[in-house]
Write a protein that binds this ligand. Structure first.
Ligand code: ADP
Ligand code: ZN
Length: 349
């Protein structure tokens, strides 16, 4: 099934539940070069037979300029030119780096994605943010450029480790919390196990989430307004992720639980809704609390780029399915976080 989204003047086409090698039918008479990582090529070698493939090392550690340089060297060897189509097949690391390399190679060639993790399918591969980390600084260098297409081939998910499924569901729950109360109740009635065993249910879920993110991005490609809501749980989440090296999904889950509590204390978000959100995160095997060094977290959080004058911009919930950004005095937020982590309050459900 095909769905088309327009982001500024760019048309992005999504093919849901489609075979990955349909790219060749969609782009006849085109030189296609795939970029993937070593885990994916190992698990799915048969799908890449007689194709031109550039294989990079797996993991965030390799989302660095040196990997871009490597891909560029390979593109030169493969005689890639302005007509070449670059297709990133992988998780968020592969899609980010493919989009970035394609955007700068010969000042920009066409590219598309075949996301192979839940996280990339609903989040990382959507929205056109491409780039690399520089040392410890995540996504410091990059660009915003939309892909021509995304192909959703669920066959890849058969080899996706369980932890990666869990990781991706954190972003799905985030979408429901900030934008879609109906999706939230659908998730309450389901489980990762259900979605793993039903392609139909999974396809529906992915489609809904793609639509949520595409719609937000279409309205605010350069993150001046509504796109900021997608950072729900991420300010604290990123700090925890960086210090404790947790998976992204786990870190933002803890971040969302804290942000929900803050919404309860400083906005109209009800206690009942707060518990519903925490319960849902746990239902999807995500952590909602961690013993942390609150002082250290606070330090890292302060360095976060969302800092604004004397206040810090923070995404809070009004209710399930509705969010907004508020600016809180730095001292208020500091007090909240230090108390929140000291009290261990969120351990109870
Ligand atoms: P993200 O979680 O941002 O999507 P990655 O690109 O780092 O990020 O992917 C997470 C890990 O899962 C990597 O080690 C990658 O090689 C692996 N991986 C991605 N897709 C699959 C898949 N379909 N089957 C098995 N392993 C996969
Ligand atoms: Zn995220």
């Amino acid at each position: 099934m095909k769905e088309v989204f327009q982001i500024s003047s760019k048309i992005v086409t999504c093919y849901f539940d489609e075979a990955f090698n349909e790219v060749q039918t969609l782009y006849p008479d085109t030189t296609i070069i795939y970029v993937t990582d070593e885990n994916i090529i190992e698990a799915h070698a048969d799908k890449f037979q007689s194709q031109q493939v550039i294989v990079v090392k797996a993991g965030e550690k390799f989302k660095q300029q040196s990997t871009v340089d490597y891909i560029v060297e390979q593109l030169i060897i493969l005689k890639a030119d302005r007509q070449t189509l670059l297709v990133g097949v992988g998780g968020g690391v592969v899609t980010d780096i493919t989009g970035y390399t394609a955007s700068v190679y010969m000042r920009g060639i066409r590219f598309g994605f075949v996301p192979t993790t839940i996280l990339a399918m609903v989040d990382a591969a959507i929205g056109g943010k491409n780039g690399v980390d520089v040392g410890i600084y995540k996504n410091l260098v990059g660009c915003i450029k939309q892909p021509d297409f995304l192909i959703y081939d669920y066959i890849f998910l058969q080899t996706l480790p369980k932890e990666e499924w869990i990781n991706g569901f954190a972003e799905i729950i985030k979408h429901a919390a900030i934008k879609d109360a109906d999706l939230f109740s659908t998730l309450q009635k389901n489980s990762i196990e259900n979605y793993r065993s039903s392609i139909q249910a999974l396809n529906e879920l992915i489609r809904q989430n793609v639509k949520i993110k595409m719609t937000v991005v279409a309205e605010d490609e350069f993150e001046k307004g509504d796109r900021k809501l997608l950072n729900f749980g991420h300010t604290l989440g990123h700090a925890i992720e960086n210090i404790y090296l947790l998976p992204h999904g786990s870190a933002i889950s803890i971040g969302m639980a804290a942000a929900a509590k803050l919404s309860n204390e400083m906005n109209d978000f009800s206690s009942e809704n707060f518990y519903d959100l925490k319960k849902l995160l746990q239902q999807y095997h995500l952590p909602v609390q961690k013993e942390v060094d609150a002082g250290k977290i606070w330090e890292v959080l302060l360095m976060d780029k969302k800092k604004l004058g004397d206040g810090i911009q923070f995404v809070v919930l009004d209710k399930i399915g509705q969010a907004k950004t508020i600016t809180l005095p730095t001292s208020t937020l500091e007090l909240f976080f230090k108390n929140y982590f000291k009290s261990g309050e969120t351990l109870t459900t």
